[in-house]
Write a protein that binds this ligand. Structure first.
Ligand code: SF4
Length: 453
């Protein structure tokens, strides 16, 4: 335990809530400290995770082959139809391309791929090396769009140019190029776009079904199970609802500014937030009381089915402790509430991309003794898990090995999961998963606390 210390340059991004704690002034929204081995991904990864779920588009990575390792295998967004997004294409730049430029290769690749796969649009991702050699991907995309007749959208996601959040921005900027280009004829007055839901394990289908049961038309989901034609006509919806606000709040703001579409921030995780997400939308359409009635019926039915099942898990898990480390901090709010509903206390809450408002909100929600951390790394996470005697870590693919090495339960709340955790059914899945991991007999064989030998 003595070996685990926080680097001097990281101390302002870590806060422990205590009675004596000084004024809350956590540092965030900054580039990662050199040498800290941040859990964050690069700008390109940020744009990739937002855009790849668009299933009928071509996704071409312009750069050396390594960047293309971020594929569907890492974030397997599901599609109800086309599955072009599951293929990973790269221009695979080599030394000579770096010396002489890769524009010709890029143009030839786009034309060949469009010819072979007939996508509805193409996203062309710029990587670090493109930023260095200065290929003009805007010009190439323009030329390719002219030759192919489909939208060819540059995504300015050079890995070094900022944080993962800059990748989200690049993705939203690319999407905005096609929003507004489709017909909005026939779209209902009671209609929404679902933003920031990526359908990793079928969540978009669960949420869409809830809203449709309330009599609301879902024009597009951005981007889970996404379709180019739907995105093109998404400016015809009356309301945007934004989950994962870190990634798509920019999109909602741009659509509000350009098309006057208001937006609501929601979460579909846990009973409380899921119900609120339905009621908030119903209240927005208050001129149609049938929508609110339908929401009440739906929530009542789902909660009465779910609650007795959750009680069993709550009894078993009561008093267990969880550490949370997620991408966007908004997700942590829902997780804290959901864990409380099954009797689990949160002893650490952190995120990769939270802002000062997010962290202030976390501070309000958390109990005394909870550690709040921005842009953490494996050493810090290990330290807090051990010090706070957590029984569970909730995170993503990069956090899983940390938990297992420490002999602590793990729940994937990120890219790799295969079980939906959204909606009422998702809450039950979450409780089951937490229970199975925390209560697993395997931990009796692990060096549970302080075991670094
Ligand atoms: S940091 Fe640069 S080279 Fe590495 S994956 Fe991201 S874009 Fe590619």
């Amino acid at each position: 335990m003595d070996k685990l210390e926080i680097l001097e340059g990281r101390k302002q991004q870590v806060y422990e809530k205590t009675k004596e704690a000084e004024a809350f002034d956590i540092k965030c929204e900054t580039t990662s400290l050199s040498g800290s081995v941040s859990q964050r991904a690069c700008v390109f990864c940020g744009s990739r995770v937002v855009l790849y779920p668009v299933a009928d588009a071509l996704h071409l990575v312009h750069g050396p082959i390594g960047c293309a390792a971020y594929t569907w295998d890492i974030r397997g967004a599901l599609s109800s139809g086309p599955e072009l997004h599951r293929l990973s294409f790269s221009t695979d730049l080599k030394e000579m391309d770096v010396i002489y430029g890769g524009e010709k290769k890029l143009l030839a690749s786009i034309i060949e791929l469009v010819d072979q796969y007939s996508p509805k649009a193409a996203f062309i991702y710029s990587t670090c090396i493109i930023g260095l050699i200065g290929d003009d991907i805007d010009a190439v995309c323009k030329k390719a769009a002219k030759e192919t007749g489909i939208p060819v959208l540059p995504v300015h996601s050079e890995g070094f140019k900022g944080t993962k959040k800059d990748g989200y921005k690049a993705a939203c900027d690319a999407l905005m190029k096609i929003v507004g280009t489709g017909s909005i004829e026939g779209i209902s007055k009671y209609s929404i776009n679902i933003l920031g839901e990526f359908n990793l394990a079928g969540e978009a289908w669960i949420i869409k079904d809830y809203y449709e049961q309330m009599g609301i038309e879902v024009v597009s989901t951005m981007t889970g199970d996404g379709r180019i034609d739907d995105i093109c006509r998404s400016h015809g919806a009356s309301l945007n609802i934004v989950q994962c606000s870190g990634s798509m709040i920019r999109q909602a703001k741009m659509m509000e500014e350009k098309y006057g579409i208001p937006y609501l921030r929601v979460s579909y995780f846990g009973i409380e937030d899921m119900s609120k997400a339905l009621y908030d939308v119903a209240k927005h359409f208050s001129d149609n009381p049938a929508i609110l009635d339908a929401a009440k019926k739906l929530v009542s039915r789902e909660v009465s089915e779910l609650y007795p099942q959750l009680l069993k898990f709550r009894n078993a898990l009561s008093g267990k402790k969880a550490a949370i480390y997620v991408g966007g901090a908004f997700k942590a709010f829902s997780l804290i509430k959901a864990l409380a509903s099954i009797g689990v206390d949160v002893v650490m809450a952190g995120s990769q991309t939270g802002n000062s408002d997010d962290y202030a909100g976390l501070k309000e929600m958390c109990d005394e003794g909870t550690v709040i951390v921005d842009d953490s790394n494996p050493v810090e996470l290990s330290k807090f898990i051990l010090e706070k005697e957590a029984d569970l870590l909730i995170g993503g693919v990069k956090e899983r090995p940390i938990a297992y090495k420490l002999g602590v339960g793990f729940c994937d709340h990120n890219h790799e999961r295969k079980i939906p955790l959204a909606g009422f059914v998702g809450m039950l899945n979450f409780a089951k998963e937490v229970y199975q991991s925390v209560m697993s007999p395997v931990w009796q064989f692990a060096p549970r606390k302080g075991g670094f030998s």
